[in-house]
Write a new protein. Sequence first.
Length: 305
Amino acid sequence: MLQLPSKLALCSFPVALLAVGSAIAQAPQQDFSAVQIKTHQVVGNFYYLEGQGGNVGVLIGDDGVLMIDDQFAPLSEKLQAAIKALSNKPIRMLVNTHVHGDHTGGNENFGKLGVDIVAHDNVRVRLAKPATGNPAAAVALPVVTYGDKMSLHLNGETITIGKLPPAHTDGDSYIHFAKADVIHCGDVFRTTGYPGVDGANGGTVKGTIDALQALVDMAGPNTKILPGHGVVSTREDVARFRANTIEAQRRITDLIKQGMTVEQVVAANPTADLAPKFVTTGPQPDKAATDRFLTAFYNAVKSEL
């Protein structure tokens, strides 16, 4: 259990996590004690923490720490320790990029420390009334929510938190740091897996394509884009991911119009050559991950025809 110090300045909820290809599963049954948190400097006073789950963004400075996402509940103390090694200032705010448990699992722990949680309106709604599993504890819910866009001014940065079209989920946020020229985009883009469209939480294929274009339009030639999973990337990387997503949509749309069932499409694996274009870091997806992706993508594409 986390020790609750006397009020850190201004979540652990095992909400279903989006696995590769948008299959929903509970938090992995694993020994979290073996997980090591690796700290990466992106630029200046912006870092990200790599552990088990989504990339945790960290902005440090005299005003306190801004944290983006919090992985799984058992890792909260390790994340705290990694942040403390960067700054002795308190965590001021925690932004959730979307609802999934590998990004919000520590909400309850950080909420109990007095950290203000920020997210899109839909994230609070879906944490409180999840598509599967139990509702989050009240302390794990965002206390600050927004509808379209909001701004923060912290540590010399102008930070824009904005809503993307319904893509990975219907509550996806980007967090843009103007001075650092960095965008954290959550799981709308990643370098370790197929595009994930979680229809149960409002995600869409069309919205994914639109959201990826929004990121490309937002970024400049030197902008560093931090994906939900994977390594720091460029707008060209996002543009390629979008082009491959459009190609996957085209191929599966054609097969649906030919009358193929989801089982037939999964068996045919029409996007086999796209896998290494989507998964550019880490191991290539196995058959189970590919089957989950094709099933979820087929259902999403079909629902949008």
